[in-house]
Write a protein of this length. Structure first.
Length: 397
């Protein structure tokens, strides 16, 4: 990997802001896996011949059942995005009013979905050591108005599902897991998507498994699945009946085809990611103030992200390191910074505790390093070299 000068990278940064193409030499935080194009052509032929582009077409139906079997889940409905999946899950479960307790340390889509469903997000803190919502904080946030909990399996680390499901059962609350990062993750009882009343995957282009845009709602109750299925299709029950107002949340045939083909490769892609994770862990240890991602208690992981924490005792702050890396052609990402509660849209939301101390700390310290399946050892080495050199020489900023 050729290392670039800071000026070169600054030029590219401003080009990117203007929407121009950026240099292909930079190492980006993620890169989608593109299956061999020749293997996609037969799917395209089928679509061309059938002239069915959407509306529960044949490839959609095949892919939906293949994916359910692959993930070993009871009920799975494909949808057009993770965000729409969260909306549909709330609606299908009858969460129609009140407050939904969620985490401030997530992508904005989690609380946007709550808001668009006409509900009020209330933010609980994250755990002291970890990236997920703290069950004790959830319990303290519950009021008479609380109707549901929406935790996030952040970076694919399983939430404390036992504690959360127990709280929900005691207070009569629905639980919808935002499982956007949790494709293929298993705990000792199987897929973590089985927890709660529903779990929602995202198949966005940045995810471990992608259909370009897309997602899935997973649940155990066939009646909830039936509701998701008609709600994703405008609420249409049959040719002459609309049961209730739905939305257009369908996944099209082209995306379904891309997903069906990705599915043939996904085990290999996760193995490759695991190797990148191993490479990073072997090479990145021992930098003062820089903590490697905690080991997951999952039985099967997906290695979706590699989030390091840059503490106060590091030579550089997280932001200084991020900028210095950018200058050297390494595009890491501050997922998730700012906290959702720091965006103008959510600044006035209720927070418990009000300072969200743990979430604020991780938002200040986290930096997700480049991580994608075909990231070679040389590229990983180069990224590590840049991090080491920045963290041992404060004059880089
Ligand atoms: C935690 C989280 N929730 C929800 C979403 C939204 O998913 P989508 O982009 O498929 O709508 C994303 C990512 O995109 C995410 O990272």
């Amino acid at each position: 990997m050729a290392i670039k000068s800071c000026d070169e990278t600054k030029r590219e940064d401003s080009a990117q802001r203007r929407g121009e193409t950026v240099d292909e030499d930079s190492v980006y935080v993620t890169r989608p896996f593109m299956p061999p194009i020749d293997e996609f052509i037969p799917y395209l032929r089928r679509i061309w011949e059938s002239k069915i582009l959407t509306n529960n077409g044949p490839i959609h139906r095949e892919f939906e059942s293949q994916l359910g079997a692959y993930l070993n889940v009871q009920e799975l409905s494909l949808v057009s995005s993770g965000t729409i999946g969260l909306l549909l899950a709330l609606r299908a479960l009858g969460v129609a009013s009140g407050e939904v307790i969620t985490t401030p340390f997530s992508f904005i889509a989690t609380s946007n979905a709550i808001n668009w469903a006409g509900l009020t997000p209330v933010f609980a803190d994250t755990q002291v050591n970890g990236f997920n919502i703290d069950p004790e904080s959830i319990e303290r946030a519950i009021t008479k108005r609380t109707t549901a909990i929406m935790p996030v399996h952040c970076y694919g680390y399983p939430c404390d599902t036992r504690a959360i499901d127990d709280i929900a059962a005691r207070h009569g609350l629905k639980v919808i897991y935002d499982a956007a990062h949790a494709f293929g993750v298993e705990d000792d009882g199987g897929s973590i998507l089985r927890h709660g009343d529903a779990a929602v995957l995202s198949f966005h282009a940045t995810k471990v498994f992608t259909t370009l845009e897309g997602g899935a709602v997973i649940c155990r109750d066939p009646e909830v699945r039936r509701r998701v299925d008609y709600l994703r299709n405008f609420g249409i029950l049959n040719e002459t009946t609309v049961a209730e107002p739905g939305i257009n949340g369908k996944l099209n045939e082209m995306s379904s085809a891309f997903g069906a083909l990705q599915l043939l490769y996904v085990d290999r892609l996760i193995e490759q990611r695991e190797q990148v994770d191993i490479n990073y862990r072997e090479r990145l240890g021992g930098i003062p103030g820089v903590a490697l991602p905690p080991l997951s208690n999952a039985i099967a992981r997906n290695y979706a992200y590699f989030p390091i924490l840059v503490g106060d005792d590091a030579l550089l702050s997280r932001d200084e390191l991020n900028t210095a890396l950018r200058c050297r052609g390494v595009v890491a990402r501050r997922y998730f910074y700012p906290l959702i509660t720091d965006h103008p849209a959510y600044q006035s939301a209720r927070k418990v505790p009000s300072r969200l101390q743990n979430a604020n700390r991780i938002a200040r310290e986290v930096l997700c390093l480049p991580m994608y399946p075909d990231m070679s050892e040389q590229v990983t080495d180069a990224v590590v070299r840049e991090i080491r050199s920045c963290c041992s020489d404060a004059s880089v900023v």
